[in-house]
Design a binder for this molecule. Structure first.
Ligand code: CAA
Length: 262
């Protein structure tokens, strides 16, 4: 779709794949890579007709992303650290802001900034060989690309604190058990599994898919009555779409719906 230096962005049959592509550094996130992730997400956002679902993965067999780039961070001062953190927040925030559904296909080490990137996606499909951790305290810092917040929202305060304070890794089985991952696949089946989920989503009314994602993300941390009101507002808006008429008519006519995403 567009050429970058540190990431690959490809699209086929409505599914875009963003691959973090610095395998020699286990796909570590330096500022250039974070900037390019943001730019690639802008391309995805502006191509809603061509891209219905986005898969994010890592290059090579070993790592999804082994964290922020330690060689870049070692000599940073607090102001530079703050800028790097804001750059990551800006790029990862774009994942949540996409109308398209996002799937992290975690193919190996998913550490620090890597777990923070995966946690920004809508769901995580992981290799049975993947390993997860927030090892920042082993480097004398804390998670800075959203880990204290997004991991906590996925696994709860206790598990997040345990992972962050020990800095140790957990395996795929444990990641699935604690709610980091929605699906586990054998390494050679990982992309097939993510693609299969993407194709199932793409059969549905994509206005509904995008709106459901939006309501879940925007309202999950609100008081329940406010959140329920918000759901009612968004639910009622789906009745102004052609997809609603088509979806319900198709059901009543006992045929598959032909959604036009209008
Ligand atoms: N930054 C920069 N380079 C990294 C890196 C990182 N996060 N992770 C790995 N690399 C580099 C290594 O330095 C090495 O480079 P050279 O070949 O030039 O020596 C190469 O990738 C391969 O790594 P290893 O030789 O270490 O591979 P391994 O199989 O022995 O170990 C590993 C794999 C356990 C993942 C190990 O590389 C590791 O512990 N990496 C660092 C993990 C980490 O601490 N991540 C958190 C970073 S901090 C962060 O992300 C902050 C935040 O909140 C945003």
């Amino acid at each position: 779709m567009k050429d970058f230096k540190n990431v690959l962005l490809e699209a086929e049959d409505g599914i875009a794949t963003l691959t973090i592509n610095r395998p020699k550094s286990l796909n570590a996130l330096n500022s250039d890579t974070l900037t390019e992730i943001g730019e690639a997400l802008d391309v995805v956002k502006n191509n809603e007709d061509a891209v219905k679902v986005l898969i994010i993965t890592g290059s090579g067999e070993k790592a999804f992303v082994a964290g922020a780039d330690i060689s870049q961070m070692r000599d940073m001062n607090p102001i530079e650290a703050s800028e790097l953190s804001k750059l990551a927040h800006n790029s990862f925030g774009k994942i949540e802001d996409l109308k398209q559904f996002t799937i992290a296909a975690v193919n190996g080490y998913c550490l620090g900034g890597g777990l923070e990137l995966a946690s920004s996606c809508d769901i995580r499909v992981i290799s049975s060989k993947a390993k997860f951790g927030q090892p920042e305290v082993t480097l004398g810092i804390i998670p800075g690309f959203g880990g204290t917040q997004r991991l906590t929202r996925l696994v709860g305060r206790g598990k997040a604190k345990e992972m962050i304070a020990t800095g140790t890794m957990i395996d795929a089985k444990e990641a699935y058990r604690v709610g980091i991952a929605e699906e586990v696949a054998e390494p050679e089946e990982l992309i097939n599994k993510a693609t299969e989920i993407a194709k199932t989503i793409m059969k549905n009314g994509l206005i509904g898919v995008g709106m459901a994602k939006y309501v879940i993300d925007r309202a999950a941390d609100l008081p329940l009555d406010t959140a329920i009101d918000f759901e009612t507002q968004m639910w009622s808006q789906t009745f102004a779409t052609e997809d609603q008429t088509e979806g319900m008519t198709a059901f009543l006519e006992k045929r598959h719906a032909n959604f036009t995403n209008k």
